[in-house]
Design a protein around this ligand. Structure first.
Ligand SMILES: C[S@@+](CC[C@H](N)C(=O)[O-])C[C@H]1O[C@@H](n2cnc3c(N)ncnc32)[C@H](O)[C@@H]1O
Length: 355
Protein backbone atom coordinates (compact mmCIF):
# COMPACT_ATOMS: atom_id res chain seq x y z
CA UNK A 1 0.00 0.00 0.00
CA UNK A 2 1.44 3.42 -0.98
CA UNK A 3 0.33 4.86 2.39
CA UNK A 4 2.88 2.69 4.19
CA UNK A 5 5.78 3.64 1.95
CA UNK A 6 7.61 6.99 2.30
CA UNK A 7 7.92 9.12 -0.85
CA UNK A 8 11.35 8.99 -2.57
CA UNK A 9 12.56 12.17 -0.86
CA UNK A 10 11.85 13.71 2.55
CA UNK A 11 10.03 17.10 2.71
CA UNK A 12 12.85 18.49 4.91
CA UNK A 13 14.09 20.99 2.34
CA UNK A 14 10.64 22.47 1.70
CA UNK A 15 9.69 22.62 5.37
CA UNK A 16 13.01 24.24 6.34
CA UNK A 17 12.60 26.82 3.60
CA UNK A 18 9.14 27.78 4.80
CA UNK A 19 10.22 27.74 8.46
CA UNK A 20 13.08 30.14 7.78
CA UNK A 21 10.96 32.46 5.69
CA UNK A 22 8.07 32.43 8.14
CA UNK A 23 10.44 33.29 10.99
CA UNK A 24 11.76 36.36 9.19
CA UNK A 25 8.32 37.41 7.93
CA UNK A 26 6.92 37.42 11.46
CA UNK A 27 9.82 39.59 12.62
CA UNK A 28 9.18 41.92 9.67
CA UNK A 29 5.56 42.43 10.74
CA UNK A 30 6.56 42.71 14.39
CA UNK A 31 8.89 45.56 13.47
CA UNK A 32 6.17 47.18 11.41
CA UNK A 33 3.77 46.97 14.36
CA UNK A 34 6.33 48.41 16.75
CA UNK A 35 6.88 51.36 14.43
CA UNK A 36 3.14 51.83 13.93
CA UNK A 37 2.81 51.98 17.74
CA UNK A 38 5.79 54.38 18.06
CA UNK A 39 7.09 51.83 20.57
CA UNK A 40 10.66 53.14 20.52
CA UNK A 41 9.54 56.65 21.43
CA UNK A 42 8.47 55.23 24.82
CA UNK A 43 11.70 53.41 25.56
CA UNK A 44 14.28 56.11 26.30
CA UNK A 45 14.29 54.83 29.88
CA UNK A 46 13.83 51.35 31.28
CA UNK A 47 10.19 50.26 31.36
CA UNK A 48 8.53 46.99 32.25
CA UNK A 49 6.19 45.14 29.89
CA UNK A 50 3.32 46.11 32.25
CA UNK A 51 4.18 49.81 31.97
CA UNK A 52 4.30 49.60 28.23
CA UNK A 53 1.17 47.51 27.81
CA UNK A 54 -0.62 50.14 29.91
CA UNK A 55 0.73 53.05 27.91
CA UNK A 56 0.08 51.46 24.53
CA UNK A 57 -3.14 49.78 25.54
CA UNK A 58 -1.86 46.42 24.29
CA UNK A 59 -2.06 42.83 25.47
CA UNK A 60 0.51 42.23 28.23
CA UNK A 61 1.66 38.74 27.20
CA UNK A 62 2.14 39.74 23.58
CA UNK A 63 3.86 42.98 24.54
CA UNK A 64 6.28 41.09 26.75
CA UNK A 65 7.17 38.65 23.97
CA UNK A 66 7.65 41.52 21.57
CA UNK A 67 10.10 43.19 23.97
CA UNK A 68 12.00 39.95 24.43
CA UNK A 69 12.29 39.43 20.69
CA UNK A 70 13.60 42.94 20.12
CA UNK A 71 16.11 42.38 22.90
CA UNK A 72 17.31 39.21 21.16
CA UNK A 73 17.59 41.19 17.93
CA UNK A 74 19.79 43.79 19.65
CA UNK A 75 17.31 46.65 19.22
CA UNK A 76 16.43 46.80 22.93
CA UNK A 77 18.39 46.01 26.07
CA UNK A 78 16.95 44.50 29.18
CA UNK A 79 17.64 44.73 32.88
CA UNK A 80 16.44 42.20 35.47
CA UNK A 81 15.57 43.85 38.80
CA UNK A 82 15.76 42.30 42.31
CA UNK A 83 12.06 41.36 42.23
CA UNK A 84 12.61 39.49 38.96
CA UNK A 85 10.80 42.17 37.06
CA UNK A 86 12.49 42.70 33.69
CA UNK A 87 12.62 46.17 32.23
CA UNK A 88 13.56 47.22 28.71
CA UNK A 89 14.94 50.29 26.97
CA UNK A 90 16.25 51.27 23.55
CA UNK A 91 19.80 50.50 22.57
CA UNK A 92 21.75 53.50 21.26
CA UNK A 93 20.94 52.42 17.67
CA UNK A 94 17.19 52.37 18.37
CA UNK A 95 17.45 55.76 20.09
CA UNK A 96 19.16 57.28 17.07
CA UNK A 97 17.23 55.69 14.21
CA UNK A 98 13.92 54.24 15.34
CA UNK A 99 12.30 57.08 17.22
CA UNK A 100 9.83 59.18 15.33
CA UNK A 101 11.13 62.40 16.82
CA UNK A 102 14.83 61.63 16.35
CA UNK A 103 16.98 63.91 14.17
CA UNK A 104 18.22 60.80 12.38
CA UNK A 105 14.97 58.87 12.30
CA UNK A 106 15.12 56.23 9.57
CA UNK A 107 11.42 55.38 9.88
CA UNK A 108 10.36 57.14 6.70
CA UNK A 109 12.91 55.31 4.48
CA UNK A 110 12.05 52.02 6.19
CA UNK A 111 8.34 52.50 5.50
CA UNK A 112 9.26 51.87 1.86
CA UNK A 113 9.60 48.16 2.74
CA UNK A 114 6.09 48.11 4.19
CA UNK A 115 4.71 49.82 1.09
CA UNK A 116 6.57 47.57 -1.33
CA UNK A 117 5.58 44.34 0.35
CA UNK A 118 2.00 45.06 -0.74
CA UNK A 119 3.09 44.49 -4.34
CA UNK A 120 4.34 41.05 -3.40
CA UNK A 121 1.04 40.26 -1.73
CA UNK A 122 -0.65 41.14 -5.04
CA UNK A 123 2.00 39.59 -7.23
CA UNK A 124 -0.43 37.44 -9.11
CA UNK A 125 -2.22 40.55 -10.38
CA UNK A 126 1.04 42.15 -11.42
CA UNK A 127 2.20 38.96 -13.12
CA UNK A 128 -1.03 38.45 -15.00
CA UNK A 129 -1.36 42.04 -16.03
CA UNK A 130 1.58 41.59 -18.39
CA UNK A 131 2.46 45.03 -19.81
CA UNK A 132 -0.43 46.99 -18.38
CA UNK A 133 0.86 47.08 -14.85
CA UNK A 134 1.00 50.09 -12.59
CA UNK A 135 1.91 53.28 -14.40
CA UNK A 136 3.29 55.53 -11.68
CA UNK A 137 2.79 59.21 -12.28
CA UNK A 138 6.20 60.93 -12.06
CA UNK A 139 4.46 64.18 -11.08
CA UNK A 140 3.94 63.00 -7.50
CA UNK A 141 6.56 60.28 -7.58
CA UNK A 142 9.81 62.29 -7.36
CA UNK A 143 8.69 64.94 -4.82
CA UNK A 144 7.79 62.05 -2.48
CA UNK A 145 10.92 60.03 -3.25
CA UNK A 146 13.23 62.93 -2.45
CA UNK A 147 11.72 63.45 1.02
CA UNK A 148 12.40 59.80 1.80
CA UNK A 149 15.89 60.00 0.31
CA UNK A 150 16.68 63.06 2.40
CA UNK A 151 15.92 61.12 5.59
CA UNK A 152 17.86 58.15 4.30
CA UNK A 153 21.06 59.87 3.18
CA UNK A 154 21.38 62.08 6.25
CA UNK A 155 21.63 58.93 8.38
CA UNK A 156 25.20 58.18 7.18
CA UNK A 157 25.87 58.38 3.46
CA UNK A 158 25.58 62.16 3.16
CA UNK A 159 28.22 62.87 5.80
CA UNK A 160 30.56 60.16 4.48
CA UNK A 161 30.33 61.48 0.92
CA UNK A 162 30.69 65.16 1.88
CA UNK A 163 33.64 64.40 4.07
CA UNK A 164 35.29 62.32 1.36
CA UNK A 165 34.90 64.93 -1.36
CA UNK A 166 36.04 67.79 0.84
CA UNK A 167 39.59 66.35 0.74
CA UNK A 168 39.94 67.36 -2.94
CA UNK A 169 41.89 70.55 -3.64
CA UNK A 170 39.51 71.12 -6.54
CA UNK A 171 36.65 71.22 -4.04
CA UNK A 172 38.47 73.55 -1.65
CA UNK A 173 39.15 75.98 -4.52
CA UNK A 174 35.76 75.64 -6.21
CA UNK A 175 33.49 78.66 -6.62
CA UNK A 176 30.45 77.17 -8.39
CA UNK A 177 28.90 73.74 -7.89
CA UNK A 178 25.93 72.04 -9.50
CA UNK A 179 24.01 69.25 -7.77
CA UNK A 180 22.37 67.74 -10.84
CA UNK A 181 19.01 66.11 -10.05
CA UNK A 182 19.81 67.00 -6.45
CA UNK A 183 16.23 66.47 -5.23
CA UNK A 184 16.20 67.44 -1.55
CA UNK A 185 19.45 69.36 -2.13
CA UNK A 186 21.12 68.11 1.06
CA UNK A 187 24.36 67.38 -0.79
CA UNK A 188 24.50 70.92 -2.16
CA UNK A 189 23.55 72.31 1.25
CA UNK A 190 26.31 70.26 2.89
CA UNK A 191 28.88 71.31 0.28
CA UNK A 192 28.01 74.96 0.86
CA UNK A 193 28.62 74.47 4.60
CA UNK A 194 32.05 72.94 3.94
CA UNK A 195 33.22 75.64 1.52
CA UNK A 196 31.90 79.07 2.39
CA UNK A 197 33.07 80.53 -0.96
CA UNK A 198 31.00 78.06 -2.93
CA UNK A 199 27.82 79.02 -4.72
CA UNK A 200 25.71 75.88 -5.15
CA UNK A 201 22.85 75.17 -7.53
CA UNK A 202 20.37 72.32 -7.31
CA UNK A 203 18.94 71.41 -10.70
CA UNK A 204 15.76 69.34 -10.67
CA UNK A 205 12.26 69.02 -12.09
CA UNK A 206 10.01 72.06 -11.39
CA UNK A 207 7.76 70.27 -8.88
CA UNK A 208 10.78 68.81 -7.07
CA UNK A 209 12.62 72.11 -6.61
CA UNK A 210 9.61 73.27 -4.60
CA UNK A 211 10.67 70.60 -2.06
CA UNK A 212 14.35 71.58 -2.41
CA UNK A 213 13.46 75.15 -1.42
CA UNK A 214 11.98 73.88 1.85
CA UNK A 215 15.27 72.15 2.72
CA UNK A 216 17.30 75.23 1.74
CA UNK A 217 15.14 77.26 4.10
CA UNK A 218 15.30 74.67 6.87
CA UNK A 219 19.11 74.73 6.88
CA UNK A 220 19.26 78.46 6.16
CA UNK A 221 21.60 77.71 3.25
CA UNK A 222 22.16 81.19 1.85
CA UNK A 223 24.58 80.03 -0.87
CA UNK A 224 22.26 77.43 -2.39
CA UNK A 225 19.75 78.17 -5.16
CA UNK A 226 17.58 76.04 -7.37
CA UNK A 227 17.28 75.69 -11.14
CA UNK A 228 14.05 74.13 -12.40
CA UNK A 229 14.33 72.00 -15.51
CA UNK A 230 14.48 68.64 -17.19
CA UNK A 231 18.06 67.51 -17.79
CA UNK A 232 17.05 65.61 -20.92
CA UNK A 233 15.60 68.73 -22.55
CA UNK A 234 16.92 71.87 -20.85
CA UNK A 235 20.24 73.64 -20.47
CA UNK A 236 21.91 72.87 -17.12
CA UNK A 237 23.97 76.08 -16.95
CA UNK A 238 27.75 76.46 -17.31
CA UNK A 239 31.05 77.54 -15.75
CA UNK A 240 30.77 74.99 -12.96
CA UNK A 241 33.90 73.94 -11.07
CA UNK A 242 32.14 70.85 -9.73
CA UNK A 243 29.17 68.90 -10.96
CA UNK A 244 27.93 66.40 -8.42
CA UNK A 245 25.11 63.99 -9.07
CA UNK A 246 23.69 61.14 -7.07
CA UNK A 247 21.30 58.32 -7.99
CA UNK A 248 19.60 60.10 -10.85
CA UNK A 249 18.02 58.42 -13.88
CA UNK A 250 20.48 60.18 -16.22
CA UNK A 251 23.58 59.10 -14.29
CA UNK A 252 24.58 56.40 -16.77
CA UNK A 253 23.31 58.14 -19.85
CA UNK A 254 25.98 59.30 -22.37
CA UNK A 255 24.02 62.37 -23.49
CA UNK A 256 23.80 63.67 -19.92
CA UNK A 257 27.53 62.98 -19.42
CA UNK A 258 28.21 65.10 -22.51
CA UNK A 259 26.05 67.92 -21.14
CA UNK A 260 28.00 67.74 -17.90
CA UNK A 261 31.31 67.87 -19.77
CA UNK A 262 30.24 70.98 -21.67
CA UNK A 263 28.95 72.70 -18.52
CA UNK A 264 32.20 72.20 -16.55
CA UNK A 265 35.21 74.49 -16.50
CA UNK A 266 38.55 72.98 -17.53
CA UNK A 267 40.06 71.26 -14.51
CA UNK A 268 36.58 70.87 -13.00
CA UNK A 269 35.33 67.69 -11.34
CA UNK A 270 32.42 65.47 -12.27
CA UNK A 271 31.41 63.40 -9.25
CA UNK A 272 28.84 60.81 -10.18
CA UNK A 273 27.39 58.44 -7.55
CA UNK A 274 25.15 55.79 -9.07
CA UNK A 275 23.92 52.24 -8.78
CA UNK A 276 25.59 50.20 -11.47
CA UNK A 277 23.50 47.04 -11.31
CA UNK A 278 25.21 44.66 -13.61
CA UNK A 279 25.49 41.30 -12.03
CA UNK A 280 22.44 39.12 -11.86
CA UNK A 281 23.63 36.18 -9.88
CA UNK A 282 21.94 36.13 -6.49
CA UNK A 283 18.34 35.70 -5.45
CA UNK A 284 18.42 39.30 -4.14
CA UNK A 285 19.34 40.53 -7.63
CA UNK A 286 16.49 38.63 -9.22
CA UNK A 287 14.03 39.88 -6.60
CA UNK A 288 15.24 43.48 -6.91
CA UNK A 289 15.01 43.32 -10.68
CA UNK A 290 11.52 41.86 -10.50
CA UNK A 291 10.47 44.71 -8.22
CA UNK A 292 11.98 47.25 -10.60
CA UNK A 293 9.82 45.79 -13.36
CA UNK A 294 6.59 46.01 -11.33
CA UNK A 295 5.90 49.57 -12.42
CA UNK A 296 6.47 51.88 -15.36
CA UNK A 297 6.66 55.51 -14.28
CA UNK A 298 5.26 57.73 -17.01
CA UNK A 299 8.02 59.63 -18.82
CA UNK A 300 10.82 57.25 -17.81
CA UNK A 301 11.90 54.38 -20.02
CA UNK A 302 13.13 51.71 -17.67
CA UNK A 303 15.44 48.91 -18.78
CA UNK A 304 15.24 45.42 -17.39
CA UNK A 305 17.89 45.72 -14.65
CA UNK A 306 17.19 47.67 -11.48
CA UNK A 307 18.01 51.40 -11.68
CA UNK A 308 18.72 51.26 -15.41
CA UNK A 309 17.02 53.17 -18.20
CA UNK A 310 16.93 53.03 -21.95
CA UNK A 311 20.23 54.21 -23.45
CA UNK A 312 22.27 53.67 -20.26
CA UNK A 313 25.84 52.45 -20.52
CA UNK A 314 27.24 49.73 -18.32
CA UNK A 315 29.94 50.67 -15.83
CA UNK A 316 32.99 49.96 -18.02
CA UNK A 317 31.50 51.52 -21.13
CA UNK A 318 30.46 54.56 -19.10
CA UNK A 319 34.04 55.04 -17.85
CA UNK A 320 35.38 54.65 -21.40
CA UNK A 321 32.81 57.15 -22.62
CA UNK A 322 33.91 59.70 -20.01
CA UNK A 323 37.55 59.24 -21.03
CA UNK A 324 36.70 59.69 -24.70
CA UNK A 325 34.88 62.91 -23.85
CA UNK A 326 38.08 64.25 -22.28
CA UNK A 327 37.71 63.30 -18.63
CA UNK A 328 40.47 61.70 -16.59
CA UNK A 329 39.05 59.18 -14.10
CA UNK A 330 40.67 60.11 -10.79
CA UNK A 331 39.05 57.33 -8.79
CA UNK A 332 36.10 55.03 -8.33
CA UNK A 333 34.85 54.81 -4.77
CA UNK A 334 32.80 51.77 -3.77
CA UNK A 335 29.97 53.10 -1.66
CA UNK A 336 29.67 50.10 0.70
CA UNK A 337 33.39 50.59 1.48
CA UNK A 338 32.88 54.30 2.07
CA UNK A 339 29.92 53.58 4.34
CA UNK A 340 31.91 50.99 6.24
CA UNK A 341 29.27 48.31 6.01
CA UNK A 342 28.09 45.92 3.36
CA UNK A 343 24.60 46.79 2.27
CA UNK A 344 24.42 44.75 -0.94
CA UNK A 345 24.48 47.96 -2.87
CA UNK A 346 26.12 48.09 -6.29
CA UNK A 347 26.71 51.83 -5.86
CA UNK A 348 29.90 53.47 -7.01
CA UNK A 349 31.08 57.07 -7.02
CA UNK A 350 33.15 58.10 -10.05
CA UNK A 351 35.41 61.11 -9.62
CA UNK A 352 36.47 62.43 -13.03
CA UNK A 353 38.40 65.57 -13.97
CA UNK A 354 37.82 67.58 -17.12
CA UNK A 355 41.27 67.96 -18.68
C1 LIG B 1 16.46 59.02 -6.76
S1 LIG B 1 16.36 60.75 -6.68
C2 LIG B 1 17.96 61.24 -6.11
C3 LIG B 1 17.92 62.48 -5.26
C4 LIG B 1 19.29 62.89 -4.69
N1 LIG B 1 20.20 63.24 -5.74
C5 LIG B 1 19.86 61.81 -3.82
O1 LIG B 1 20.81 61.14 -4.22
O2 LIG B 1 19.37 61.60 -2.69
C6 LIG B 1 16.41 61.10 -8.40
C7 LIG B 1 16.33 62.58 -8.68
O3 LIG B 1 16.39 62.77 -10.10
C8 LIG B 1 15.47 63.79 -10.44
N2 LIG B 1 15.13 63.69 -11.86
C9 LIG B 1 14.56 62.63 -12.47
N3 LIG B 1 14.39 62.89 -13.77
C10 LIG B 1 14.85 64.15 -13.99
C11 LIG B 1 14.94 64.99 -15.14
N4 LIG B 1 14.52 64.56 -16.32
N5 LIG B 1 15.47 66.21 -14.99
C12 LIG B 1 15.90 66.65 -13.78
N6 LIG B 1 15.86 65.90 -12.66
C13 LIG B 1 15.33 64.66 -12.77
C14 LIG B 1 14.30 63.48 -9.52
O4 LIG B 1 13.38 64.53 -9.43
C15 LIG B 1 15.01 63.18 -8.22
O5 LIG B 1 15.27 64.34 -7.48
Amino acid sequence: MSLLKCPNESPEKILKLFDEIYLKTRIFYLLKTALDLNLFDYLNDFKSAEDLADMLNTNLTLTEYMLRIFTELGILESCVKYNDNTTYRNTETANIYLKKGSKFSIINPISYYFENIKNWENLIDILKNKDNFSKTNTNNFFPEVVKRMADECKCWELQKVLNYISKYEEFKNAKKLLDLAGGHGLYAIGFSMLNKNLKCYVFDLPNVVEETKKFIEKYNAKNVSTIAGDFYKNDIGNDYDIIFTSYNPGGKNPNIAKKVYNALNNGGLFINKQFFSEKEERIEDYLNNMEWNFSKPAGLEKSRLRFTFKGDLNFNDYLKYLENLGFKILEVVYIPELLGFKDNSPAKMIVAKKL
